[in-house]
Design a protein around this ligand. Structure first.
Ligand code: HEC
Ligand code: HEC
Ligand code: HEC
Ligand code: HEC
Ligand code: HEC
Ligand code: HEC
Length: 310
């Protein structure tokens, strides 16, 4: 009886010892923890092969080749900048290189080495590096609007407003005080891009060409109501309406686009007696919101013709 109990105690002791030893072993970094999902393990392997040289062991942008780049390899472990970037954006950069998203060609394309599935594994691994940690449930998808125009410079709201979180009104400063929201001047771009990206990003180089020639950047207009209509930003912004209410999730668009104006399917639905929501920037859209806001919030949004047509 006594001996058996002692033997049991020894067995428990031995198991504890093995557990401790194996814990120390895995702490030493010999192998990734076996509990990690398959794609993270596969992504880590790809990362060690292709990315460490520039982005460094821990993703901080401090690999052995990093010093040679004018635009430094990104700190892929900086959760503040990385967590807001959608998977599809990261996959695209990995496969097509920096220029696929308007960034520096110092970030090379990897499409010749592996496919989309591997790029997704890499993204799964990059997400584990983030500090503050990446929260899967907070992830939001990239927004691609069909028919978005080609702009004279590949300017990305996803990078400026999404990743770097520059305030909308820092660049569209007139929105709260006048009819037009306004676009930033070349000087405003130069203010930041005197240093950022000038040496090796051709898209940023274009800013300096416009500045040198003293020309405004000829941005293609996206949201536009007809000339005979009057839309003032000021009262809408002051009434507390978020820009996104009317423009959509701009901070998740690599190129701003809009599907506005009358739509045939919408008109056909009305013909058969349905009441679909009016498409943005149609008169029905303005009037529907004015009615709803006045009913629920007691605002005095106008319904008379002359307020919007004069
Ligand atoms: C030859 C050097 C080099 C290699 C190799 C490299 N990168 Fe990069 N990477 C860069 C540079 C430089 C940038 C910064 C581009 C910029 O900010 O304009 C960058 C940026 C990025 C970004 C954009 C992050 C952001 O700031 O939005 C991602 C994602 C990325 N790299 C992932 C990878 C992955 C994954 C690999 C391996 C498959 C890899 N890179 C290999 C140089 C490299
Ligand atoms: C408040 C500072 C700031 C202002 C103002 C600013 N940028 Fe940037 N811009 C950045 C930062 C930061 C990056 C990211 C650099 C990187 O990671 O390589 C960037 C990246 C870019 C890039 C490369 C990525 C992309 O968006 O395609 C372009 C092109 C660019 N900016 C154009 C512009 C233009 C045009 C303007 C003026 C309308 C402008 N920027 C105004 C800070 C600024
Ligand atoms: C760094 C400057 C910068 C920041 C920050 C910025 N924008 Fe822009 N925005 C621009 C530039 C430049 C354009 C013109 C090129 C384009 O359409 O992408 C533009 C275009 C737009 C347009 C389309 C204008 C048109 O032609 O109809 C809208 C809408 C817009 N921005 C809304 C926003 C919102 C909402 C935010 C914040 C989430 C924001 N912007 C943040 C610079 C900026
Ligand atoms: C109630 C809807 C609504 C809200 C809220 C709104 N906009 Fe607009 N925005 C519009 C409409 C409609 C147009 C087209 C106006 C025209 O053609 O004169 C427009 C045009 C624009 C333009 C292009 C030209 C210009 O200078 O006006 C920009 C840039 C813009 N908005 C940015 C913003 C930003 C940034 C915010 C938030 C601060 C915002 N908008 C809030 C409806 C809205
Ligand atoms: C998302 C809701 C919303 C949409 C969409 C919207 N508005 Fe408004 N609008 C308001 C609210 C709320 C007010 C009242 C603000 C107040 O009481 O100060 C207002 C006020 C106005 C005013 C009165 C301004 C003043 O000086 O009193 C005009 C003109 C106007 N809107 C035109 C338009 C036009 C034109 C459109 C469509 C192109 C439009 N609005 C779309 C919510 C909206
Ligand atoms: C809240 C703002 C608003 C009010 C109020 C408003 N409209 Fe409009 N209206 C618009 C906008 C924006 C357009 C342009 C978009 C479109 O064609 O749907 C428009 C377009 C029109 C058009 C041209 C339609 C076409 O197919 O080209 C006519 C005609 C018109 N309005 C008449 C009126 C009359 C009459 C009233 C008063 C009973 C009125 N509107 C009240 C915003 C308004």
């Amino acid at each position: 009886m006594i001996r058996r109990r002692w033997a049991g105690g020894a067995a428990v002791g031995l198991i504890a010892l093995i557990a401790l030893a194996s814990a120390l072993w895995s702490r030493a970094g010999a192998a990734p923890a076996p509990s990690q999902p398959r794609e993270v393990v596969a992504g880590r392997q790809l990362y060690l092969t292709h990315c460490v040289v520039c982005h460094g062991d821990a993703g901080r942008g401090d690999g052995p080749s990093a010093a040679g780049f004018a635009t430094k390899p990104s700190n892929l472990a900086d959760g503040r900048l990385m967590n807001g970037l959608p998977d599809a954006f990261l996959v695209n950069i990995i496969l097509r290189g920096g220029p696929g998203e308007g960034l520096s060609p110092g970030m090379p394309p990897f499409a010749a080495y592996f496919g989309e599935a591997q790029a997704r594994d890499l993204v799964a691994y990059l997400r584990t590096l983030a500090d503050p940690p990446f929260a899967h449930e907070a992830a939001r998808p990239l927004v691609v609007v069909p028919g978005a125009p080609r702009q004279p410079i590949f300017f990305s709201h996803l990078i400026h407003a999404g990743s770097f979180q520059i305030d909308c009104q820092y660049c569209h400063a007139d929105a709260r005080r006048s009819e037009y929201a306004g676009l930033p001047s070349v000087e405003r771009c130069v203010g930041c891009h005197k240093i950022i990206g000038v040496q090796d990003n051709p898209e940023i180089g274009k800013i300096h060409e416009f500045a040198r020639r003293g020309q405004p950047i000829p941005w293609v207009r996206v949201f536009k109501v007809p000339e005979f209509t009057h839309f003032p930003h000021k009262p809408h912004v002051r009434a507390g309406l978020a820009c996104q209410t009317c423009h959509g999730p701009i901070e998740r668009m690599r190129v701003v686009g809009a599907q506005t104006g009358p739509r045939l399917l919408n008109d056909l639905a009305r013909l058969i007696g349905m009441r679909p929501a009016s498409p943005p920037l149609t008169m029905g859209w303005c009037v529907d919101c004015h009615r709803a806001e006045n009913a629920t919030r007691g605002t005095r949004a106008p319904l008379d013709c002359i307020a919007c047509h004069h």
